[in-house]
Design a protein around this ligand. Structure first.
Ligand SMILES: NC(=O)c1ccc[n+]([C@@H]2O[C@H](COP(=O)([O-])OP(=O)(O)OC[C@H]3O[C@@H](n4cnc5c(N)ncnc54)[C@H](O)[C@@H]3O)[C@@H](O)[C@H]2O)c1
Length: 183
């Protein structure tokens, strides 16, 4: 497996990179991250010497650069975590959320389709379904009801993935996560 992890310098992505390198027989793990305020290579100090690990300082908004990563590293599997992810920031300045979470995801999906990757996991958020009371529950058929530019951009990125599914043979899944505490 030649795995691309996007957002591998972030909170969840960096833990994932450590876990995959420690627990799987991955041939190569490429971390694509443009290092926004949320990303730090210090999170990855423990893996830089691993010969299976490569870092690509690439922005998902740069379509040709994203495709280049897939081609250079002959990527076969993708775990897509890179995102603008903070709700309050999205309310103050939504543009980056649309550009990274929707357009950037579209670039990633197009590149994955172009090179014919085998599997793609798209990490999303339960916030695409809106809010719950104390006893409620979401299911996979709950209608989208995003309440912030962040959750709207993540819902849109899920829809982009769904139409990509109909245009390729890639085995694709969406992982809809509940909030994790990174504080
Ligand atoms: N943390 C949570 O509680 C939570 C809950 C549900 C879902 N999620 C989802 O999980 C994923 C990871 O969350 P996190 O908390 O680790 O996020 P994070 O904000 O800590 O990390 C995001 C990473 O993506 C990178 N990135 C941002 N824009 C990019 C771009 N244009 N090109 C390349 N890299 C870019 C950043 O540099 C950073 O390293 C996200 O998709 C998020 O929506 C997170």
């Amino acid at each position: 497996m030649r795995l691309l992890v996007t957002g591998g310098a972030g909170f969840i992505g960096s833990n994932l990179v450590h876990y995959v390198l420690a627990h799987t027989e991955v041939e190569q793990l490429v971390n694509l991250d443009c290092l926004t305020y949320a990303g730090s290579l210090e999170n990855l100090a423990g893996v830089t010497a691993d010969r299976r690990y490569r870092f690509e300082h690439v922005d998902l908004r740069q379509r040709e650069e994203v495709l280049g990563v897939f081609e250079r590293h002959r990527i076969t599997h993708v775990m897509h975590l890179a995102a603008e992810s903070h709700v309050d920031r999205s309310i103050a300045a939504p543009a980056d959320f649309i550009h990274t979470n929707l357009v950037g995801t579209f670039h990633l999906l197009e590149a994955a389709r172009a090179v014919g990757v085998e599997r793609l996991l798209h990490v999303s958020t339960d916030e695409v379904y809106g809010s719950l009371d104390a006893h409620g529950a979401f299911t996979e058929t709950t209608p989208y009801a995003p309440r912030s530019p962040y959750s709207a951009s993540k819902a849109a990125s899920e829809i982009a993935k769904r139409f990509n599914l109909n245009r390729s043979d890639i085995y694709q899944r969406i992982l809809t996560m509940k909030g994790q505490d990174g504080a």
